[in-house]
Design a protein around this ligand. Structure first.
Ligand code: 8YV
Length: 316
């Protein structure tokens, strides 16, 4: 049987389907020494958006043909090196759009309506002891700025459009969408009440959201990040929240996952999630199915269903 290296997590269904066609080696049980001896037999890798594949691991797999990513974001995979070596990379676009968009909306609402603070108020007995909880801010009629207007950005916009008088977006180029384009992120942040980040991670977007952008968003502004931690300068974010230069932040992603800075935990105006934007049984099943469909299609006839755009030149 062909041999597959599994990096990180996979659902039971994924494991069962992969095991019908591949001998599976789990990277968590192995070492670079093992790869030096056995790496040449491995033709396929299944990994995820968080773990990706370390350059040393990729280099130790001379006959690798396909890296299947169980996730839409693939910034943890060196696609330039993969393309140079003729290795295909696939990911799981579209099937998680609505779930991640819902997570973004949930974070926004939780920030505005102080979901966590009010939950604690109800549970702790403060309500009985101190009376009504403090008022929150309304999430109605807010100007929403979206950083990244790809598939998930469009799902977020569609979910918020009925609530919002203006949806703005910033991306590298203008898209064919019915929202207001800003070529300058700081200008968009100035015009926005809430800034939602859903642009891909990687070197090109690192720290796009910096002190200047956060200050432009302002003391009543809300930052939501459901993309990658690297997109936001976390130290600048903490400083802005601590000083009151920024109103609140709802974060699903962090710069050094799974590390969540204590300063963010200590702030009352943050809502923090452990990178669960797509983490429901239903959506992970769909992502897992697509990941394995790519692996099995490739095994059957060399085709793949959802290659990353960088691989276009490798496909016939
Ligand atoms: C996880 C994600 O990182 O799809 C993505 O890009 O951020 C997540 O769903 C992971 O890939 C799931 O295994």
């Amino acid at each position: 049987m062909p041999e597959l290296l599994l990096i990180g997590n996979a659902t039971q269904t994924m494991l069962e389907r992969m095991a019908t066609q591949f001998t599976i080696h789990r990277w968590s049980d192995l070492s670079l020494d093992w790869l030096a001896q056995n790496g040449a037999r491995i033709t396929h890798v299944a990994t995820n958006g968080h773990d990706g594949i370390e350059p040393t691991v990729m280099a130790a797999l001379p006959n690798l043909k396909l890296i299947a990513c169980y996730g839409v974001g693939y910034d943890a995979i060196d696609t330039a090196e993969a393309v140079r070596r003729g290795i295909l990379v696939t990911h799981t676009p579209d099937v998680l759009n609505e779930e991640v968009a819902t997570t973004a909306v949930m974070l926004m609402l939780a920030c505005y309506r102080n979901l966590l603070g009010n939950d604690a108020y109800a549970r702790s007995g403060d309500w009985a002891a101190k009376g009504s909880a403090p008022l929150t801010r309304s999430a109605e009629e807010q100007v929403v700025g979206i950083l990244g207007m790809g598939r998930i950005g469009q799902s977020i916009a569609a979910k918020l459009a009925p609530w919002s008088p203006r949806i703005l977006y910033h991306s590298r180029s203008q898209k064919d969408v019915p929202y207001e384009y800003f070529s300058n992120l700081t200008e968009m942040a100035t015009a926005s009440d809430v800034l939602i980040c859903i642009t891909p991670g990687g070197a090109g977007t690192r720290h796009l959201v910096n002190t200047e952008v956060l200050q432009a968003l302002g003391p009543r502004g809300c930052l939501v990040n459901v993309s990658r931690g690297s997109v936001v300068d976390e130290a600048a974010l903490i400083a802005a929240l601590q000083s009151g230069a920024l109103g609140s932040a709802g974060l699903d992603v962090f710069e050094r996952e799974p590390h969540v800075p204590q300063a963010l935990c200590d702030l009352p105006n943050t809502v923090l999630l452990p990178h669960v934007g797509s983490a429901t049984v239903e959506t992970r099943a769909a992502m897992g199915a697509l990941t394995v469909d790519n692996l099995l299609a490739h095994l059957k006839d060399g085709s793949v269903l959802t290659p990353v755009p960088e691989c276009a030149g490798l496909l016939g």
